[in-house]
Design a protein around this ligand. Structure first.
Ligand SMILES: Nc1nc2c(ncn2[C@@H]2O[C@H](COP(=O)(O)OP(=O)(O)OP(=O)(O)O)[C@@H](O)[C@H]2O)c(=O)[nH]1
Ligand SMILES: [Mg+2]
Length: 306
């Protein structure tokens, strides 16, 4: 696999002092799945491993390799495996605020979750069936801009409603000068424009489950590489068909990352100290209330069968 088709030229142009890198020791993270990595490299596909030294240095989740990252590797002799030594600087990232559900992890409340890195365009996708929400779209826009990538809105399933242009006008009114496209992954409407925009760039698709991210990815790839599923008829939501973030290479030179559906993308970096403090206190109070409830249950007069 040539590093050029993985987007190395665009990446290296964005960085200083990168000329002396030995390309043999460079790979791009194509899949991240529960601590396992698939890398694309000059040696083809490699299983990426992070080891003691790397783990020791990593202070937080975002210090680990993410899809889109360029990494320094040492390939293991005679195996399609490589040790990931370090991550090259990220020129952009798409992050969201991960709210920990584990009550014992108060300090992780505001952890940054990175969806993808080194991306030129984030395609924010909404379905024109029942998924459309201007407020949600605005939160996505903010998150994308915070991370240094360029947002483009794709209003998909335009085949399903009568006046899709009205919806486009609504989005445009809120985002003057924004790039907004009406598309249909099913009929192919607007696909050529999307392809043109991608060109040789690295792009990522984000949006709720069932909006058609994988269908559009398949249409652009020209083959059904991605699994899709019928949406539930009653609420038009999908069933979380895509389960991991994964990179695909377009024959035209572009790099496309498909992601599992997510309803919200709460901006990470614009969090105020006040909001962080409030979240922390809420979590503490919840734990306290939980303890209190458990203590009451233990008392005989509060148990049900007495
Ligand atoms: N009518 C219509 N249906 C579409 C269009 N695009 C996608 N669909 C349908 O929407 C459903 C969900 O599509 P997916 O591509 O799996 O959606 P997704 O966004 O990848 O969903 P997750 O992987 O769960 O995040 C499928 O039944 C598709 O056939 C479109 O443009 N028009
Ligand atoms: Mg999908």
């Amino acid at each position: 696999m040539d590093l050029e088709i993985l987007g190395w030229r665009r990446y290296s142009q964005s960085q200083k002092n990168i000329e002396n890198f030995s390309l043999e020791n460079i790979a791009r993270v194509a899949v991240e799945n529960r601590g396992g990595y698939l890398l694309y490299s000059q040696f083809g596909e490699l299983e990426g491993i992070v080891q003691g030294k790397f783990i020791k240095k990593a202070e937080k989740e975002s210090d680990y390799p993410k899809v889109g990252d360029w990494v320094n590797i040492v390939k293991l002799q005679g195996e399609q495996k490589a040790v990931i030594e370090s991550i090259l600087p990220r020129f952009s990232k798409l992050s969201r605020r991960r709210i920990s559900k584990d009550r014992s992890e108060i300090n992780k409340q505001q952890e940054e979750q990175i969806i993808a890195t080194n991306i030129d365009i984030v395609f924010i996708m909404q379905g024109l069936d029942a998924d459309f929400s201007l407020e949600r779209l605005n939160r996505y826009m903010e998150a994308v801009k915070n991370g240094g990538a360029h947002p483009v809105v794709l209003l998909n399933k335009c085949d399903l409603i009568k006046n899709p242009t009205e919806k486009k006008a609504d989005v445009l009114a809120e985002n003057p000068g924004g790039e907004i496209f009406l598309v249909s992954a099913k009929t192919g409407h607007g696909l050529a424009e999307v392809k043109n925009l991608i060109s040789e760039k690295s792009v990522v698709f984000v949006g709720s489950s069932g909006v058609g991210k994988s269908t559009l990815a398949n249409a652009l790839l020209g083959i059904d590489l991605q699994k899709i599923q019928e949406v539930r008829v009653n609420d038009s939501k999908g069933r979380h068909t895509t389960t991991k973030r994964e990179m695909f290479l377009l024959s035209s030179g572009g790099i496309l990352i498909d992601t599992p559906g997510m309803r919200e993308l709460e901006p990470w970096e614009k969090q105020t100290e006040f909001a962080q403090e409030k979240a922390k206190n809420n979590a503490k109070r919840k734990i306290k209330n939980g303890r209190l409830a458990r203590a009451l249950i233990k008392r005989p007069e509060f148990t049900k069968d007495k």
